[in-house]
Design a protein around this ligand. Structure first.
Ligand code: AMP
Length: 288
């Protein structure tokens, strides 16, 4: 069942209990389908949206080039037992409201993708507010792949939609370790070999931290080394506290490695959770 109009959607889901909302931008792959699988396994009413949100793209070219494969997406969703698909019309955002203003000062916006994609998270929060007000889901299923986005949406939910619970899916990867992403299709076969190194590199950094500790200054050297692996640009390579994206310090904290690199003009992101809690002591990142 497909719905385009917000009013029809509200009518349709009025009496549904345990709605599990799964927002996507389409060009679906196993990563997205795992979100649906989670909702199905919990016997929730699964509602998947497909909408390429213009507000979250900093460059028009990136928005125009974003892969759109609607027919295939709809087939995949049907075959995987989706309950309802919401395909908003292009005028969906015309009357958007501005709650985003009150959370845009969060420090989370000023880290990682917030730096080299100005406006991106404003666009993400604007569309999420729109969706959440309309759907009022009991559950929202998101992927760990967009970890910063998850943290920002978590803040938004805690503040404005406390009845909605977030469910987080692990990152679904190819055998090579490459995180599935709609953007992978835009990368040439030759360059995909470099893209695979993103995961390998994070694995290596995690191992170093766990085994011998990693001098903080070495992280910058590693970033330069990584650039020579066939990338146009390394947008960031950072090890940050998982809950806040704050800098590491002497307080033992769960931490993640965050890496974004551009290849063939395509910007990829990934992250890797370090198993043990870590500290930054004597200018070295160490496990505790
Ligand atoms: P997108 O269509 O890229 O906006 O992603 C929609 C949702 O799917 C987001 O919650 C993403 O984090 C999630 N997602 C995308 N790729 C993956 C992946 N490889 N593994 C798990 N979740 C993913």
């Amino acid at each position: 069942m497909i719905i385009n109009n917000p009013k029809d959607l509200v009518e349709k889901i009025q009496k549904k209990k345990e709605i599990n909302f799964i927002p996507t931008m389409g060009n679906l792959h196993e990563g997205h389908l795992n979100l649906l699988k989670i909702a199905k396994n919990k016997e929730h009413f699964s509602l998947v949206s497909i909408f390429v949100n213009p507000l979250q793209f900093s460059e028009k070219k990136d928005y125009d080039n974003y892969p759109r494969t609607l027919n295939n997406d709809l087939n995949l969703l049907k075959n995987n037992g989706v309950d309802l698909v919401f395909l908003p019309d292009s005028n969906f955002l015309d009357d958007s409201d501005n709650i985003k203003e009150s959370i845009n000062t969060e420090p989370l916006f000023k880290r990682l993708c917030g730096i080299d994609r100005p406006g991106h998270f404003f666009g993400v929060t604007a569309i999420m507010i729109k969706f959440l007000k309309l759907i009022k889901p009991s559950f929202l299923t998101l992927g760990e792949k967009d970890f910063q986005q998850f943290l920002i949406i978590k803040k938004l939910i805690n503040k404005y939609f406390p009845k909605t619970k977030i469910i987080l899916s692990p990152i679904i990867r190819e055998k090579s370790g490459l995180a599935l992403s709609s953007r992978n299709k835009l990368i040439s076969k030759k360059k995909i070999k470099s893209a695979v190194k993103i995961f390998k590199f994070m694995e290596l950094i995690s191992e170093r931290i766990e085994k011998s500790g990693l001098e903080y200054s070495e992280l910058k050297l590693l970033q330069k080394k990584f650039l020579n692996e066939g990338f146009d640009k390394v947008n960031y390579l950072e090890v940050l506290k998982e809950e806040t994206l704050g800098d590491l310090n002497k307080v033992p904290s769960k931490a993640r490695i965050f890496l974004s690199a551009t290849i063939d003009g395509i910007r990829l992101i990934d992250n890797y959770s370090i198993r043990k809690k870590v500290v930054l002591e004597d200018k070295t990142i160490k496990k505790t």
